[in-house]
Write a protein that binds this ligand. Structure first.
Ligand SMILES: Cc1ncc(COP(=O)(O)O)c(C=O)c1O
Length: 417
């Protein structure tokens, strides 16, 4: 990412906008308003913007409900019974999964628990879970409560990987005691991305299962899940996937675990094979693939917003989005270094040509109070995000952010921090 001092101008940022092959996508989104103007929005790592087509997709469901009532489960352009399935191909393209390894259901933490039922199978001697330090609290609560559920003291069962430790070395150290590696592939507080393939390979080498929370990776990094080869992964769709608050979660279950009859799993009627679901038999007849893990009727309104969002991913492609994301995030880092260097301590790792070390989010500390910087930005029509205790997170999302957004953001930070 080679920027030179001549790129430190508004005109240079405008020129980058002109050359941006994804620039048209900005127009597909609705921006929150500040004094009659669009906010500059840098919080897509928290809640992505609303695609303009989301309303149309949701209205289509409302219309179908009013026109067809219960028959809408089986009739209309997008029958509800298979609504979620019609999104799988697109989701698989974004996440690098095989369609049969993928389901869209529930929300992230619920799905994490469901996966832990299947893939945390502790024994007296192999019961430890390795998780990164400063993992998102919901993940920590999930693994602690699962350890307790299996009768272990979480203080012994949960091992935290500190920022200076190599995950592969830690896995090797824990070896025969390690039941599961469960990590965020991008840490929510530092923006650090982990090498899922290397971690999965090492975990499997010592006989442990491995799963990832891709809340900050989905729609952001090239996850290439099938080839990375973890046992499972879970993600949400309201961040970089722009599907709205409380939108449904995504789940990957590795092909090698599909179709097994002896895998522990919590089951419900939507996991039953479609052909026999309405036989209403008390015997569970599992649907093929990851679909066997489904429990409930699906939230169709939320799925509709996801449809509108995935259409945009199909058009833009995750590969092109990552390429722009690297350049745009690199430009943000360059401008911060040029204009506010000493005021900032960057926490997120540097860009690397050879591996994904980060996505679209930069996390930083300030000599001054980060909370005050966030407030100053907001007062100037720019949304960023503060996390306790002292971290500002800024996410330029390649679908709707551009280079002049980033330039204006840094101008305010340089003035107000
Ligand atoms: C990294 C991470 N994991 C888990 C969650 C919890 O997600 P949910 O509320 O969808 O279960 C979040 C929410 O922001 C998150 O950022």
């Amino acid at each position: 990412m080679n920027f030179t001092s001549s790129d430190n101008t508004f005109e240079a940022a405008q020129a980058f906008n002109e050359k941006d092959s994804l620039k048209e996508f900005r127009d597909e989104f609705l921006f929150p308003q500040f004094k009659g103007q669009d906010y500059l929005y840098f919080t897509g790592h928290s809640l992505g913007l609303q695609p303009k087509k989301a309303r149309e997709a949701i209205n289509e469901v409302l219309d179908s409900w009013s026109l067809r009532g219960v028959d809408a489960h089986f009739t209309g352009d997008h029958p509800w019974m298979t609504y979620h399935e019609s999104l799988i191909e697109s989701m698989s393209r974004v996440m690098g999964t095989k369609p049969e390894e993928t389901v869209i259901m529930n929300a992230l933490t619920t799905n994490l628990h469901l996966m832990l039922v299947s893939f945390y199978r502790p024994t007296k001697t192999r019961y430890k879970i390795l998780i990164e330090q400063n993992a998102f609290p919901s993940d920590i609560y999930a693994v602690k409560s699962q350890a307790r559920f299996h009768g272990f003291d979480w203080r012994e069962a949960i091992v935290e990987l500190t920022a200076d430790q190599d995950p592969l070395e830690q896995i090797e150290n824990l070896k025969d005691e390690l039941a599961l590696v469960m990590m965020g592939n991008v840490n929510y507080l530092s923006g650090q991305a982990f090498d899922m393939k290397a971690i999965s390979e090492k975990a499997h080498e010592v006989g442990a299962f491995v799963g990832f929370d891709l809340a900050h990776g989905a729609g952001n990094l090239i996850c290439d899940l099938h080839n990375a080869d973890p046992d499972f992964a879970v993600w949400c769709t309201y961040k970089y996937m722009n599907s709205g608050p409380g939108s449904p979660g995504g789940v990957f279950i590795n092909q090698k675990h599909l179709g097994k009859t002896d895998i522990p799993r919590f089951e419900g009627w939507m996991g039953n094979h479609k052909d026999t679901r309405f036989v209403m038999s008390p015997e569970f007849d599992p649907a093929p693939g990851a679909k066997a893990w489904q429990l409930n009727n699906h939230p169709i309104f939320q799925m509709a917003a996801l449809r509108a969002s995935l259409d945009l991913f199909d058009k833009a492609t995750i590969k092109a989005l990552r390429k722009k994301g690297d350049h745009l995030t690199g430009y943000l880092e360059f401008l911060l270094n040029e204009n506010c260097g000493e005021k900032i301590e960057m926490i997120t790792p540097a860009y690397s040509e050879t591996k994904q070390t980060r996505g679209n989010m930069l996390c930083m500390r300030f000599k001054n109070d980060a909370r005050a910087v966030r407030k100053a930005l907001q007062d100037n029509g720019i949304l960023s995000d503060f996390r306790e205790p002292d971290i500002l997170r800024i996410a330029p999302a390649p679908l709707y952010n551009n280079y002049t957004d980033v330039y204006k953001l840094v101008e305010i930070i340089a003035k107000e921090s």
